[in-house]
Design a protein around this ligand. Structure first.
Ligand SMILES: [Zn+2]
Length: 252
């Protein structure tokens, strides 16, 4: 199934290496004749141990908030160098959402004319932050199926309900709630925002909660803006403050 591997993939999931990205990496480097990845050859074993010299991870540098254009350029120039052990090289960019547009643009030429030995895996949380020009040159894969990805966990739903309860109660409760949001991992933000918006829709339908429809819409706008902020790598503290401020401002 991997014999005609294309060169560039975007895998939507956690934005971090996963069994799927590892399998694709092994498939690209496997030295077996068929049934790649075989799981037993030297290359497959090195991929599994994370020590294959032809695998390059491009990720956030210490204290950085984005993957920079310099990192993307380094990737492109390194891609011109032949592999050292295998017949191919694999570059894994994660989380690819954190590449700014300049960094993504720097990858375009590589995506347009990849040297035959180069494979590029972009591990992203969502398509939102990726340029259309990049997406159109990659095969897009989903770690989970869409419906499953769209259904928030029980815990996330509880957090979403707690958000709206705090919104009903007012400024003090929201301030307390914003500390909870502050603790969210980056990967937990998108499910929370989706869940919070679905609870909003439910409340608007049923006329539930003390918050007026207008304030509810205002909060939904803030949640939507938070999704954009997330794509721009704005940190959680700012997003939490922005969302909560939007509801407490304007005379409540
Ligand atoms: Zn193998």
């Amino acid at each position: 199934m991997y014999n005609n591997m294309l060169h560039a993939y975007i895998i939507y999931g956690t934005g971090e290496p996963s069994p799927l990205s590892e399998r694709l990496t092994a498939a690209a480097l496997c030295s077996a004749w068929e049934e790649k990845p075989c799981g037993t050859c030297r290359d497959c074993r090195k991929v599994a141990r994370g020590v294959h010299p032809d695998v390059t991870n491009v990720t956030l540098l210490k204290d950085a908030r984005i993957i920079t254009v310099e990192q993307a350029r380094d990737l492109c120039s390194d891609a011109l160098v032949a592999p050292s052990e295998s017949d191919a090289k694999v570059y894994i960019v994660h989380p690819a959402d954190l590449m700014n547009p300049q960094a993504q643009n720097a990858l375009l030429k590589l995506l347009e004319e990849p040297p035959p030995h180069v494979n590029l895996l972009l591990l992203a949380q969502s398509p939102d932050a990726l340029l259309e020009t990049v997406r159109s040159r990659c095969v897009e894969l989903y770690e989970r199926d869409e419906t499953e990805a769209d259904a928030p966990s029980e815990e996330t739903m509880q957090l979403a309900h707690a958000f709206w309860t705090a919104a009903d109660e007012g400024a003090l409760a929201l301030t307390e709630f914003s500390f909870k949001l502050d603790k969210l991992e980056r990967a937990e933000w998108t499910p929370f925002l989706i869940a919070a918006k679905s609870v909003a829709a439910q409340r608007l339908r049923e006329g539930a909660g003390k918050l007026s429809a207008e304030m509810t819409f205002r909060a939904v706008d803030a949640l939507t803006r938070a999704e954009e902020y997330l794509a721009m790598s704005v940190n959680g503290t700012h997003m939490a403050a922005m969302i909560c401020a939007e509801i407490t401002v304007n005379g409540r």
